[in-house]
Design a protein around this ligand. Structure first.
Ligand SMILES: CC(C)(COP(=O)(O)OP(=O)(O)OC[C@H]1O[C@@H](n2cnc3c(N)ncnc32)[C@H](O)[C@@H]1OP(=O)(O)O)[C@@H](O)C(=O)NCCC(=O)NCCS
Length: 156
């Protein structure tokens, strides 16, 4: 029986992290690898909420770090499912820095991650479709399909 489509809202995942000295480099800014780990975690929760089962990271698109986040500041992550395929899901994670005292926010990085749902035997498992319930979500699914074609083209 086909799985019931699920809305973007069903799996939307937000995380907030406080930057401590152990997260930072010699300049007092968060390590890129630490931000990537938080992105992976936030996207993993989003993927598992949508799929209703375990999911693993298959691919991370290029990332550009725009502005640093420093010790004593806040990292905000917002993961949103942008497209679904048969067993894989594309998730966008928008990361911002925040000064908690003033409320000022700035862009840090915008990442796209592909997760694959897996079954008990660790084999790829079908995921529910993204519910195409608005023009915005339909456009998101179409754009995700185009990005997926570009991503997978070297494998052909
Ligand atoms: C991801 C993984 C499950 C795919 O397994 P596989 O045997 O290659 O499976 P398939 O070729 O049947 O592909 C399964 C899905 O993965 C997608 N996929 C595989 N490689 C991909 C890549 N580089 N980029 C995007 N999607 C990819 C396929 O397009 C397919 O999606 P679809 O069913 O929606 O069309 C497997 O490669 C794996 O386990 N990788 C390690 C994952 C991991 O350890 N991650 C880090 C820790 S969580």
């Amino acid at each position: 029986m086909p799985l019931e489509p699920r809305t973007q809202a069903h799996s939307r995942t937000k995380m907030t992290e406080y930057v401590l000295p152990q997260h930072t480099n010699a300049l007092g800014g968060v390590f890129g690898g630490q931000i990537m780990a938080w992105i992976d975690l936030c996207a993993a929760i989003c993927a598992q909420r949508h799929a209703g089962r375990m999911a693993v990271t298959a691919f991370i698109d290029d990332m550009k770090f725009e502005q640093p986040v420093r010790v004593g500041e806040v990292v905000r992550l917002d993961a949103k499912l942008t497209a679904t395929f048969r067993t894989s899901m594309e998730i966008e994670v928008v990361v911002e820095g925040e000064d908690a005292a003033t409320g000022r926010r700035w862009p840090c990085v915008d990442a796209r991650v592909t997760f694959v749902a897996i079954d008990e035997a660790r084999k790829p498992a079908e995921v529910p479709a993204l519910a195409l319930d608005s023009e915005e979500v339909r456009a998101s699914q179409a754009a995700g399909e185009a990005r997926r074609a570009a991503r997978l083209s070297p494998r052909k």
